[in-house]
Each structure stands twice: as C-alpha cells, then as structure tokens.
Design a binder for this molecule. Structure first.
Ligand code: OAD
Length: 235
C-alpha cells in the first residue's frame, strides 16, 4: 500500500506564481483591511467593496500559472497516496494536476446565495462556478438572494475542518508549505498527526511550530520542494 502524504498549504505556495501573501511585507492585509473585505461583518456593511475585491482576485488568477512547487506536490501522487489541504482560494493545485484538494477557506471561482442552505448544511448543491467572471451587487442566485463569494469569511465556521482533521490523523507524512500558521482552526491541524508522523515545514521564515517531529526546510516553496523530494528519496 502506498504511504499517505498529507500536504497543508498556505499563501506561500502560490507566492512564486505572483500572488501576494497576506501577512508578509507588501502582503494583501497591508493594502486592505481584512475586516472590510474578508469578514462577515464587512460583507453586510459593503457588499460592493467585497465583491470588487474578489473580482480583482479572480481576474488575477486567470493569468496566473501553477509554479514548480504546485507541480512537485502534484507529482508526489506517482508514488504516494496524497491529499492536499489548502487554505488558498486559488485553483493552482488543481491546475498543477493534484487530484484530491480540500479547500478550507473556500474557492475564488465559486459563489453561492447569501441566504442559502450552505451555511446550515455545508451542502455544495447551491454553489455556482463562475470561473474567472465578475459578480456584482444585484446578481442573484436561483433562490432570489444576492450571490456572495464562496469564501470562508472571518467570523464564519470552517465547514471542511472535520474532513481535514480526518485526513491529518491518517497521514504517514505531513508536509506544511507556506503558511504563517496564524489562522485557526487550520493552524492547529498538525496537532492531529500521529505521534510517529514526521512533519516537514517549508517556509523562508521561521514558523511558530515547536514540535519534536518537525524538520524545518527554511526556503521558498519551489526550492524547498526540491529539498523535500531529496529527503524523501534518501529515507
Ligand atoms: P500568510 O500570509 O499569513 O503566510 C504566508 C506564509 O508564506 C508566511 O509564513 C511566509 O513566510 C511564507 N512565504 C512567503 N513567500 C513564500 C515562498 N515563496 N515560498 C514559501 N513560503 C513563502 O498566509 P496564510 O498562512 O496562508 O484566509 O494565511 C492564512 C489565511 O489568512 C488565508 O487563508 C486567508 C488569510 O486571511 C482568508 O482569507 C479566509
């Protein structure tokens, strides 16, 4: 049976595809107030501002390409049973060829009704794929309510967290790439890995994770993945 690698990714894995991260110098949360564009209160205060923010992100995604780190993660599937858990709302893992990608914080290319059943049941039935298109105030779902981004705003529950915990519990190897581990519950996921599961962390900056199982690979995602693959080969 193939060994199971669970990969937890954050904004850093997409940085070399030209996407600003959130909390680095020059990051998105320096240019925008997270409370305005990524919180549930912000949504009810000014829907236009929030829709415009995600319209811009969608347009940027259209022109972006997966980088060598996304491709290397997809390539792990040749020899391993791989699940990717991503905090990213882009689709670069899928476009690189990863076949099992669990999005913890939603997906940029999707929208759903503001007053729908999703928030109570997490049922994907009402979720609509808009690709890279724009969504505006007045664009309505079939149930007659305003369309909103299919994004987990701050102040909302994370519907896929249970699925993510189940995956991490089964991991033979846990690989964490490009996340500052500041945002919960995603930041606490590694704690569900078994006591014998080695944890590799790829990030150019030190990440706040003190755990005897951790091997730090202090580098950018593309170079860090090369080093990780060498370590796997030499095991
Ligand atoms: P952050 O911006 O908090 O952290 C990005 C991490 O990527 C940092 O640790 C950087 O050091 C690292 N990094 C920067 N460049 C890199 C590179 N080239 N290669 C590898 N790593 C690099 O982003 P996240 O941890 O993903 O949520 O943030 C978590 C959540 O906060 C996001 O999903 C988003 C945000 O608010 C929502 O919007 C719901």
């Amino acid at each position: 049976m193939k060994k199971k690698i669970v990969v937890l990714t954050g904004a850093g894995v997409s940085a070399e595809s030209g996407f600003a991260t959130f909390r680095d110098t020059g990051g998105l949360w320096e240019q925008y107030d997270v409370n305005d564009v990524a919180s549930i209160e912000g949504w009810y205060r000014n829907r236009k501002l929030v829709l415009d923010f995600y319209n811009q992100r969608r347009a940027q995604l259209k022109d972006a390409q997966p980088n060598a780190a996304h491709l290397a993660i997809a390539g792990l599937e040749k020899e391993y049973d791989v699940d990717v858990i991503t905090q990213n709302v882009d689709n670069l893992h899928e476009r690189a060829g990863s076949t099992r990608v669990l999005h913890l914080h939603g997906e940029l290319s999707k929208v759903r009704p503001e007053n729908g059943i999703y928030d109570r049941t997490a049922s994907e039935a009402e979720v609509i794929d808009v690709g890279y298109g724009e969504v505006h105030v007045g664009d309505l779902a079939p149930n007659g309510s305003q369309l909103r981004p299919h994004i987990v705003f701050f102040g909302e529950a994370v519907p896929n967290i249970e699925k993510a915990i189940n995956l991490v519990e089964k991991a033979d190897i846990l690989l964490i790439v490009g996340t500052s581990l500041q945002v919960y519950p995603a930041a606490g996921l590694y704690r569900y890995a078994s006591i014998n599961t080695p944890i590799y962390v790829i990030d150019p900056k030190p990440v706040p994770i003190s755990d005897g199982r951790v091997t730090m690979i202090q580098d950018v995602a593309t170079k860090g993945m090369e080093k990780f693959l060498e370590m796997l080969a030499n095991k």
